[in-house]
Design a protein around this ligand. Structure first.
Ligand SMILES: O=C(O)CCC(=O)C(=O)O
Ligand SMILES: [Fe+2]
Length: 333
């Protein structure tokens, strides 16, 4: 039995807190330090599926600028935001209105609004170059008109977070006892979808079927999530079915495993159910960035995560087909 299958068999998924992992050694020239970091990440991925990262290297100023840009965007009249309604794009880019998405099929709609976009260069190319391997998810971003600085400010944080994500893939590979460059040829045009989210406060009696974002797992490989400081809303479900608070911790970002990585790892790494409910009485903003593999990559289980006792659990599909199906379910296309 591989070490990973054995570790997954001994997993303690009844967690009561989310570990904080210091990324200072992420680019260390000392392989044993990178190994130690990967080991800590492996434990978190096998037992919890969520972790906080500190010393991640993203300057606070980029986050402040992205937050201010988000506030400007959401404070526009709803008709203005609806000009870039996500339902008018073939590739799920643009604005999602309050209650128009539904992450939990048991629920009646999510009490948040959002703006969603994927990779593009800061300087638009002369020709609208289509990325060759985007498959089912091909297409451009749509941006709000008449909102100076919005695109530049959200892209500023986006590029920094994408760079961090690219540095996390080798750590996940190491955590899976794979060569550190395992994901390189699978993430050449990786999906890297960012969502800028706004959760109005929900005070008084709250219908549990209409909360900020209903219980769900993320679709991609992993997510890097920034939460507005001082506002508790995110909760993570352990196997005892207890909701564990995941408050914003100054200087950290949340990282969680998504379904693509659960599929790659045959559920050795956990894609853990989470939700957000904003009962604080003030607005809340958050910015998740979802990292997938290239959309044409097949999600085949890694051999060290499969054994006679742990046969493959999932049908093999391409990342693009998988994500598109999940998005259709969420946005009701
Ligand atoms: O806003 C949050 O804290 C969580 C957002 C989330 O889970 C998602 O967009 O998938
Ligand atoms: Fe999520």
């Amino acid at each position: 039995m591989s070490l990973l299958v054995e570790a997954a068999g001994n997993a303690d998924t009844n967690f009561s807190h989310i570990p904080i992992i210091d990324l200072s050694d992420i680019s260390s020239s000392d392989a044993s330090r990178r190994r130690a970091l990967a080991d800590a990440i492996r434990d978190a991925c096998i037992n919890v599926g969520f972790l906080y990262i500190k010393n991640h290297g993203i300057p606070e100023s980029l986050l402040e600028d992205a937050l201010n840009a988000s506030k400007d965007f959401f404070s526009q009249p709803v008709e203005k935001k609806m000009e870039i309604d996500i339902r008018n794009t073939p590739n799920f880019k643009g604005y999602t209105a309050l209650l128009s998405s539904n992450n939990d099929p048991e629920n009646a709609g999510d009490m948040h609004e959002g703006f969603e976009f994927g990779w593009e260069e800061l300087e638009a190319k002369a020709s609208d170059e289509k990325r060759a391997n985007d498959g089912a998810m091909a297409g451009a971003n749509v941006w709000p008109k008449d909102l100076p600085g919005f695109r530049e400010n959200v892209l500023g944080y986006y590029y920094a977070a994408v760079n961090l994500g690219k540095n996390l893939f080798p750590l996940f590979a190491l955590a899976l006892d794979l060569p550190e460059d395992f994901f390189d040829d699978k993430t050449k045009n990786s999906a890297d979808i960012m969502r800028v989210l706004h959760y109005p406060p929900q005070t008084g009696p709250v219908d549990n079927r209409v909360i900020g974002i209903g219980a769900h797992t993320d679709f991609e490989c992993f997510t890097i999530l920034w939460q507005e400081p001082g506002i508790q809303a995110l909760q993570v479900l352990n196997t005892q079915k207890q909701w564990i608070d995941a408050p914003p911790i100054p200087g950290t970002l949340v990282v969680n495993i998504g379904d693509q990585l659960a599929r790659w790892t045959n559920d050795v790494f956990k894609s853990t159910v989470h939700r957000a409910v904003n009962r604080t009485g003030v607005r809340r903003y958050s910015i998740p960035l979802f990292f997938g593999t290239d959309y044409d990559v097949r999600l085949e289980p890694i051999l060290s995560c499969v054994s006679p006792e742990r046969p493959p659990k999932y049908e093999v599909v391409t990342a693009g087909d998988y994500v598109k199906e999940r998005l259709k379910a969420t946005y009701g296309h």
